[in-house]
Design a protein around this ligand. Structure first.
Ligand code: FE2
Ligand code: FE2
Length: 309
């Protein structure tokens, strides 16, 4: 099984946001977009990533949030167009929202993300799903993909997240289901659960209940967590609790960034190779140029896990 992981697409409305339309938090966000992001995140780079993922023969694609910038209807429409263009969608795609998809209380309250992506939130184990649509579970061969929602509307200058208590309790019940227990378990959530060795997580950008989510993950034998939000590449390993083995916590970075001045921040995606219920390799591809597209950047092999297992 090979799973592609893209994230933080931040797809722009083709008309570009006009800040005077916004009399709330979006005013700051809209100005920021006009000054910075409209020159950065690129839909074309995302489309090149998806094209490359097809050529790499992935079985499934995960998108770990921040599909939009200001959670505008027009941005969701553009993002949905890109996502629905994936071969085999919706059955071959799992998506969770990020803080940018819950950018304002209105967007969060109206469930705009859930309306645009309702067919992607269909759960194979709906008995554990709350009315919010989470947690959902996609059972694909010997893999169970569990989607959690950490998106919340935040005040200006905040990009925090939180997985709700009820949702976390429902996820704990879901992990006990025999259909899940017998599979390789993947959790998809937008915010990171831990800082990596090179970057701290700023107070105003953190997952508020990161300790609780991490404990649920570690005590329920979760094998792999895919997240986004920081826009940095990282692979972390933490021991599971109460059972032998490792939980891998991975972020590829923002997939939609053209290379620009800092190549380490260029668009990235990961491909996870899962064999016999073990993660054996994470390969990462990086956007080089519009001509070259995405090229292999690094690969980490975890063969030892199989030898020990
Ligand atoms: Fe993001
Ligand atoms: Fe984010």
């Amino acid at each position: 099984m090979r799973i592609g992981h893209i994230s933080d697409l931040h797809i722009l409305d083709l008309d570009k946001p006009r800040p005077l339309r916004f009399l709330n938090k979006r005013l700051v966000g809209g100005l920021n977009l006009l000054l910075n992001r409209s020159n950065a995140h690129s839909r074309e780079v995302v489309e090149q990533a998806l094209h490359k993922l097809e050529s790499l023969d992935v079985d499934h694609i995960v998108i770990s949030g921040d599909l939009t910038n200001l959670a505008l209807e027009s941005e969701f429409a553009a993002a949905a167009e890109v996502v629905r263009s994936i071969n085999g969608a919706p059955g071959r795609v799992s998506i969770v929202p990020g803080n940018h998809d819950y950018y304002t209380p209105g967007a969060a309250r109206s469930g705009r993300f859930e309306k645009f992506f309702s067919e992607f939130l269909k759960s194979d184990l709906p008995q554990y799903q709350l009315d919010s649509g989470y947690p959902f579970c996609h059972l694909r061969d010997d893999v169970a993909i569990i989607g959690l929602n950490s998106g919340i509307a935040t005040p200006w200058l905040f990009a925090t997240g939180r997985v709700g208590d009820e949702e976390l309790a429902a996820a704990s019940r879901l992990f006990q289901d025999p259909e899940v227990r017998s599979r390789f378990k993947i959790v998809v959530v937008h915010h990171p659960l831990l800082p990596d060795e090179n970057h701290t997580i700023q107070f105003n950008r953190r997952l508020i209940n990161d300790d609780e989510v991490l404990e649920v993950v570690r005590t329920n034998d979760v094998d792999l967590v895919m997240h986004g939000h920081t826009h940095y590449f990282s692979i972390l390993q933490v021991p599971k609790l109460g059972t032998p083995g490792t939980t891998y916590i991975c972020e590829a970075g923002s997939t939609s960034m053209p290379s620009g001045n800092d190549p380490t921040m260029a668009g990235k995606f990961n491909v996870y190779h899962i064999e016999d219920s073990h993660l054996v390799e994470v390969e990462t591809h990086l956007f080089e140029s519009h001509e070259a597209g995405f090229v292999p950047w690094r690969s980490e092999v975890f063969r030892r896990q199989i030898a020990e297992g």
